[in-house]
Ligand binder design. Structure first.
Ligand code: NAP
Length: 231
């Protein structure tokens, strides 16, 4: 069985991607701080409690699971947090949390995974955001972390493509998840105005389904119409 690691697998996009990978026959190790509200169970879905902002804990847990699994085919860097509002209203703690979760965490997880991915000619799949590609008015620090992840992925591919590793960046626009619970806005309920976590999981499947030798490096996903609700 091919092995996948998915960060942020307790809810939303990461949970949907984990389910999709299990359906595709992968053994999935999901990382998150709290699986208390995650009802999904499957013998091939392993819930690993891990805070990806804690470098010592991350290295310990990921090294242990890689020893146990013995190989790795797919790493999905999905865990993320967003704090929105005028930049001067964000605390240093919020800024640090976004940089550590959205940018440093993926860089550390990738570093820990590369040796195994080289052996399997595997995939790094980064969940960035459409905010990485265009200026936005709702969170310049959040979009800066996602733009950093975008550039990290593109440059990483140039570094590792000769060794057979594929690097894919997915840029979802507003997706209906818990992500916006304290944002002050959320995607409009009309199905034309938001993505679902399953849409992003389908994009992961699409990236993994190319013939060997072709790499889908970037996938941008947008709803048909743009409309948000203030909360
Ligand atoms: N929803 C959108 O509109 C949208 C659009 C573009 C991109 N994205 C990106 O998509 C990704 C998933 O977001 P989502 O919408 O699915 O929101 P979500 O439901 O809030 O999921 C976020 C996930 O990240 C995990 N996480 C957060 N901090 C973590 C940490 N320190 N260590 C380990 N896991 C951590 C959370 O688990 P725990 O809380 O249990 O740790 C949760 O599983 C994020 O990177 C987000 O930036 C979302």
């Amino acid at each position: 069985m091919d092995v996948a690691i998915v960060s942020g697998a307790s809810s939303g996009i990461g949970l949907s991607v984990s389910r999709k990978l299990v359906e595709m026959g992968y053994e999935v190790y999901g990382l998150a701080r709290d699986f208390g509200r995650t009802s999904y169970e499957d013998d091939a879905f392993h819930k690993v409690v891990c805070d990806i902002t804690e470098s010592v804990q991350l290295e310990d847990k990921v090294s242990k699971l890689l020893r146990e699994a013995g190989s790795l085919k797919v790493l999905v860097n999905n865990a993320g947090v967003g704090h929105f509002g005028p930049h001067e209203t964000l605390s240093v703690t919020q800024l640090e949390q976004m940089v550590r979760t959205n940018l440093l965490g993926p860089m550390m997880l990738t570093r820990l995974s590369l040796r195994h991915l080289r052996e399997s000619c595997g995939f790094v799949i980064d969940i960035s955001s459409t905010g990485a590609l265009q200026p936005g008015r709702l969170g310049c620090a959040y979009t800066a972390t996602k733009a950093g992840l975008h550039q990290f992925g593109l440059s990483l591919f140039e570094e590792v493509r000769k060794s057979g590793i594929k690097v894919v960046t997915i840029y979802p626009d507003m997706t209906q998840t818990d992500f916006y619970k304290s944002a002050g806005f959320r995607p409009h309920d009309d199905p034309d105005c938001h993505l679902t976590p399953e849409c992003v999981a389908d994009a992961v499947q699409q990236a993994l389904s190319q013939r060997e030798g072709t790499v889908v490096t970037q996938i941008v996903l947008k709803p048909q119409r743009f409309q948000i609700d203030r909360t």
